[in-house]
Design a protein. Structure first.
Length: 93
């Protein structure tokens, strides 16, 4: 049986995310430099960041449109049911 003799304290910098593992796999040196606080300087990197931001905006707009579509569809179904009920009650009376 193994006993813990000392409580381990983790710092925020000790935690590695899944995306960091991918970065390390792609380029360990770049991962290490970024972990040490060095940010890469590259015009290609800036283009990639802009494209990702643009893509994120498109996804946000699509999600908002999907929510609006669901609300409009539900409203249409409710109006259809109300119309059917009105027609049924007029026929009965």
């Amino acid at each position: 049986m193994v006993r813990r003799t000392k409580q381990t304290q983790f710092r925020e910098s000790d935690i590695i995310s899944a995306s960091e593992i991918g970065q390390y796999y792609y380029c360990p040196v770049a991962w290490y430099l970024r972990k040490c606080g060095y940010e890469p300087q590259s015009p290609i990197l800036e283009i990639g960041i802009k494209k990702h931001l643009k893509h994120g905006d498109i996804i946000d707009r699509v999600q908002v449109s999907a929510k609006k579509s669901k609300v409009l569809a539900a409203s249409g179904y409710i109006l259809l049911i109300i119309t059917a009920l009105i027609i049924m009650f007029e026929v009965i009376l």
